[in-house]
Design a protein around this ligand. Sequence first.
Ligand code: C5P
Length: 221
Amino acid sequence: VTEPDLRGRHVVVSAGGTREPLDPVRFLGNRSSGKQGYALARTAAARGARVTLVSANAGLPEPAGVDVVPVGTAVQLREAVLKAASDADAVVMAAAVADFRPATYAAGKIKKKDGEDPEPIVLVRNPDILAEISADRARPGQVIVGFAAETDNVLANGRKKLDRKRCDLLVVNEVGERKTFGSEENEAVVLGADGSETPVPYGPKEALAETVWDLVARRLG
Ligand code: C5P
């Protein structure tokens, strides 16, 4: 039996991966499936929360009892998260947000021209949404959780990222062959701004989601 320990709370979860368009048919994207974010949304709803799920290109069935806000790009995801976060008790940024987007968008499909080299793709930075909402909290006591996929020095890099982004919790997972992207399982360590480290053994994404909500609920008191 699930404890309704998030009853009366509003939580915002971002999920999936942003797509940054180059022209009407092409984009820069990433391998995020959205499964971890959807597991977070489902488990929060089961624990009694009102859930806003800002979903970027996940293509997964809408979880019952969850408000889904579909978005495409990082800029759209930022708008939707800022709006939903204004009255949220917790925000969990599980989405893979593109750090960069193409500087220009071609209104017509980019064509190859005989004998000519392709134009380079120039990128500009996207806003860092996690850093922004953490630095300027919409409410006192709002709990903010980030995710980080690292390939090496996982804990040390995770700790640096948590300090830089100023979030309360950072879920760090090692990116590997069968882990994380598209898989049903995950393995992670949840780092706390209070110095805590909570290891979550290899298992279903639901189990990691429950641990995240345990840690969030404790901080909400
Ligand atoms: O810096 P990095 O992309 O590794 O950070 C990952 C965390 O930051 C994730 O929680 C992701 O949702 C968030 N993020 C963001 N805005 C960006 C890039 C990442 O909110 N532009």
